[in-house]
Design a protein around this ligand. Structure first.
Ligand SMILES: [Zn+2]
Ligand SMILES: [Zn+2]
Length: 299
């Protein structure tokens, strides 16, 4: 049997095998397969041997998601049929509701989950996501802060906290929160890209360019952790915009074209392209790009 690890951005698979000592294919490939793992007695999450908290002599390791006790993976069969506590069911329903675009109903589920289990870190995190989706960034911020008090190394909550601060137009605090996310997980490109956008909005174009170059280097160097599908395209979009603002039009064009070819449609990319081309005296091409920008903007 193969399980996936619940650790943040962990892509390792957990091999559960009756073969003594573990499945030989999995044993030969420890980067992609874990043999040792733990299972949460409450929420049933699986954590590979690189993703669970170490625990101590006096205290068993706890689940990073719900705070439940982690049992050794050998107890999998015994634990799998067990009914889940009500708060875990509320949390599960809440996540499904967020994913199907029903944040208001989701908030009620998370309220119920954290009322039953106040130290439920993942429920606070997801409650924050639901509040953000419902257009309540101030309350979302408080939810992410609670999640971080329970689990300070929760990089996803640092990231979402920064996004909530951006929405409440608290730019300096948002940049500081992105810095925290980067400190916790230097390989995570998304906070570097978003931080670069805030720097550029604040007129710090050279700093923005440097920040986004680092994100690009992480992804193209294969060192990124938790990279999203469009992160490389977004990073090029920001790089192109920063170069345009710095007056480096010739260099901006290939970055913008990369974003256009590999990312979702954005009028902004075409607009920046049109502007750079115009400044380079390539008027005909500039007008074509401007036409695409206008049609995307109005659609
Ligand atoms: Zn748990
Ligand atoms: Zn893992």
């Amino acid at each position: 049997m193969i399980l996936s690890c619940s650790g943040w951005a962990c892509t390792r698979l957990i091999s559960v095998s009756k073969v003594p000592g573990g499945n030989p294919v999995a044993l030969a490939d420890p980067e992609n397969y874990a043999i040792q793992f733990k299972i949460c007695e409450d929420c049933g999450s699986y954590f590979c041997d690189r993703c669970h908290a170490p625990g101590s002599r006096l205290r068993a390791p706890r689940c990073a998601s719900c705070g439940g006790k982690l049992a050794p993976g050998t107890k999998l069969e015994r634990l799998s049929g067990r009914p889940r506590p009500a708060e875990v069911e509320h949390h599960k329903r809440g996540v499904e509701l967020v994913k199907s675009g029903r944040p208001d109903e989701a908030i009620r589920e998370f309220d119920a989950a954290v009322a039953l289990r106040p130290p439920y870190a993942a429920a606070h995190h997801w409650r924050g996501i639901a509040l953000t989706e419902a257009g309540r960034p101030g309350e979302a911020l408080a939810a992410f802060e609670t999640a971080l008090r329970l689990n300070p190394s929760d990089v996803a909550s640092h990231f979402e906290k920064a996004r909530a601060l951006t929405r409440t137009e608290n730019t300096a605090a948002a940049i500081a929160a992105y810095d925290q996310a980067i400190a916790v997980q230097p390989g995570y490109p998304a906070p570097r890209i978003n931080r670069a956008i805030l720097l550029m909005d604040g007129g710090r174009d050279a700093d923005a360019l440097a920040a986004v170059e680092q994100a690009i280097a992480l992804i193209t160097g294969g060192r990124a952790v938790g990279a999203g599908r469009y992160d490389l395209a977004s990073a090029h979009s920001v790089k192109g915009a920063a170069l345009v603002k710095l007056g480096r039009y010739e260099e901006a064009l290939p970055a913008i074209d990369y974003a256009i070819d590999n990312g979702p449609d954005s009028w902004n990319d075409h607009y920046n392209k049109s502007y750079a081309l115009e400044r380079l005296g390539r008027i005909e091409e500039s007008e074509i790009a401007r036409g695409i920008a206008d049609s995307l903007r109005n659609s």
